[in-house]
Design a protein around this ligand. Structure first.
Ligand SMILES: [Zn+2]
Length: 174
């Protein structure tokens, strides 16, 4: 008896969006047929990654319905739905991001102020957000802010290789 040989599946066309289309990333939450761990509940998926605390609480309360990085900019080359275990920590470990109220602005990890994030996406977001906020506070223009971020080699938002006035604005309002 011979095992059937299958032609390799063609690469999914909509899961990876590596270039120049960052504007669309925010609205990709509802891709039909997107891969999910078949059958495993959100709680089970998070527990399997060693997640505890507020994220697990949200899942148990039915307040997280999808295990995916919810940051406006996701840098994970394996996609928003891929997560490494929580421990040992890696760039792609799951973390709770303070949102919409930043920790620096007094936000806490409460049910109304958390989104699920890759560690790296969370850190990058925080890094440029704090820098941009400070420069906005000094009444610097977006042009000046972009020049500063480029000079400091602050990692850009996904899909771009340098900061521009419009990408600064887009990042800030995301
Ligand atoms: Zn991410």
């Amino acid at each position: 008896m011979r095992a059937g040989v299958r032609a390799p599946l063609s690469a999914p066309s909509r899961t990876e969006k590596p270039r120049m289309d960052h504007e669309e990333q925010v609205s990709q939450a509802g891709i039909p047929g997107a891969p999910a761990a078949a059958g495993a509940s959100v709680v089970e998926q998070l527990e399997a990654k060693g997640v505890r605390g507020i994220l697990l609480q949200l899942a148990r309360d039915g307040q997280i319905i999808d295990v995916r990085c919810e940051m406006p900019q996701c840098y994970c080359f394996r996609g928003r739905r891929y997560f490494d275990p929580r421990s040992p920590r890696s760039d792609w470990s799951p973390t709770p991001d303070h949102y919409p109220r930043l920790r620096a602005h007094g936000g806490h990890l409460t049910a109304d102020n958390v989104r699920l994030a890759h560690l790296r996406c969370n850190q990058r977001d925080y890094g440029w957000r704090m820098k941009i906020n400070a420069m906005l506070g000094k009444r610097m223009s977006l042009e000046e802010i972009a020049a500063h971020l480029n000079a400091q080699k602050v990692p850009t938002i996904h899909g771009t290789n340098r900061w521009t006035p419009s990408s600064v604005r887009r990042a800030f309002v995301s």
